[in-house]
Design a protein around this ligand. Structure first.
Ligand SMILES: CC(C)(COP(=O)(O)OP(=O)(O)OC[C@H]1O[C@@H](n2cnc3c(N)ncnc32)[C@H](O)[C@@H]1OP(=O)(O)O)[C@@H](O)C(=O)NCCC(=O)NCCS
Length: 410
């Protein structure tokens, strides 16, 4: 078999995207191909070709990821597929090499992805960086725990309206939490309600905003699916995303979503474990909570990444920890690094002395956004404490007040 792994020929980009249908065993609607093209740089898509045919695909979206105290350039790895006839022959391995090296060459300190199966990517140094709470709630029993007053009002917008109103809400939430992707106007096209049902018969999506005399404080994008039986309506509301830039906004947008008439079930995926909804509701068990892995993060450049976030909300913003990092896949990261933190900002240099902690690249990916503490990783046998006090030093630096939250699959 002669297979060439290479960057996608630019004139064949739509064809590359279509190849994914075979591997994912589902149709890709035409409007999705169009939306992906809007936010893609074909030069960052790779493929494997067997003679003239695509047999594998992969790509990187160049975005910024919010991290504690700011944001960093990040390569969002996406569209990874190998057709069944060509699997388990090292094609993914070859494409991943091209994509991670591309991130490195572009000085993106982070690569990240959503995994169809978490076990695939750990060998390339990705670590689970966020955990998702998924909901399948019984709306009839989703009462609030207290008698919070209803304030402000909700307004449904027409197709095409509202980008100027909801972008500031998203940006405000993005600066409050690590794990959010930056969105250009072209990215927003993918989030806003489509003019009509997509050509594969999906339900139209709605955009609702919540506003007070102080302006727009929340919005949600959702769709509803009708289902009538002998006992009446059994309809489902599926929420793509719902954000409030204030506690009041979050509370009221969720009051709206849980109160849409005729809906029996509300579904949403990818909430953080500390989402306010879990504390607003009187009977959280009725939310039908399950948990899963969220964003997987790969530290591509350890110095740039560690110097690109702030530290110490759990301590006093000062401290030092030396990491002995194993990283065979990106050997430029491997070795002992000292992170010296003063007033919340970190400086990273090759270590002069012994290390406090030993860890793998994927463990650093799990630590980086604050989703897991060093102690949690040590309890799982991932991080090893080499010097007494090493875990405590890391615990005073890395954790964040809020759990990281990546609400968007890509
Ligand atoms: C997952 C997929 C891309 C793997 O491609 P592939 O070319 O067969 O993978 P490779 O041969 O390069 O395998 C690289 C390594 O990953 C391992 N691997 C591959 N698929 C795996 C899977 N589904 N689960 C666990 N490990 C897997 C291989 O065993 C190999 O390990 P090794 O190097 O230690 O021997 C391919 O099976 C596929 O397209 N699956 C369906 C679509 C999908 O799930 N895409 C991922 C979207 S996030």
């Amino acid at each position: 078999m002669s297979v060439e792994i290479r960057v996608c020929p630019p004139d064949r980009f739509p064809e590359l995207l279509r190849t994914a249908e075979v591997a994912f065993s589902e149709d890709v609607p035409d409007d999705m191909i169009e939306r992906v093209q809007r936010v893609s740089d074909p030069a960052r898509f790779v493929c494997a070709m067997d003679r003239d045919r695509f047999v594998a695909t992969g790509g990187v979206f160049g975005v910024r990821l919010s991290v504690p105290g700011g944001d960093l350039p990040a390569g969002g790895v996406t569209w990874v597929t190998v057709v069944p006839s060509h699997r388990r022959r090292g094609i993914l391995r070859g494409m991943m090499r091209l994509m991670v090296d591309d991130c490195h060459a572009r000085s993106e300190p982070l690569a990240m992805l959503w995994a169809s199966e978490g076990s695939i990517y750990q060998r390339f140094g990705y670590g689970m960086a966020t955990v998702c709470v998924n909901l399948e709630a019984e709306t009839a029993s989703a009462r609030y725990a207290r008698d919070w007053p209803v304030e402000g009002s909700c307004r449904l917008l027409r197709t095409g309206e509202g980008l100027d109103l909801i972008t500031p809400v998203y940006e405000a939430v993005r600066t409050q939490r690590a794990g959010f992707l930056s969105r250009t106007p072209d990215w927003w096209v993918g989030q806003l309600p489509r003019p009509e049902k997509d050509d594969k018969g999906g339900e139209a999506r709605r955009l609702v905003i919540y506003e007070t005399d102080q302006g727009v404080e929340a919005y949600a994008v959702y769709k509803t699916k009708a289902d009538w039986g002998v006992r009446g309506a059994n309809c489902t509301i599926t929420v793509d995303e719902a954000f409030g830039s204030t506690p009041r906004g979050t509370r009221e947008i969720w009051r709206y979503l849980l109160g849409v008439d005729l809906m029996r079930t509300l579904k949403i995926w990818r909430l953080p474990t500390d989402h306010p909804l879990l504390l607003l509701i009187a009977e959280p068990r009725r939310l039908g909570l399950t948990m899963g892995d969220g964003l997987w993060l790969r530290i591509v450049d350890v110095k740039m990444a560690l110097e690109g976030r702030t530290y110490g909300t759990a301590g006093n913003g000062n401290g030092r920890v030396t990491l002995d990092l194993r990283d065979d896949y990106c050997p430029w990261n491997a070795g002992r690094w000292t992170l010296e933190v003063a007033d919340g900002r970190g400086r990273v240099a090759p270590a002069k002395g012994d290390a406090d902690l030993a860890l793998d690249a994927n463990d650093l990916g799990s630590l980086f956004l604050g989703g897991f503490t060093a102690t949690a990783l040590a309890r799982a046998g991932r991080i090893v404490e080499l010097r007494a006090g090493g875990l405590a030093a890391a615990n005073a630096l890395f954790p964040t007040a809020d759990q990281p939250w990546c609400p968007q699959e890509f």
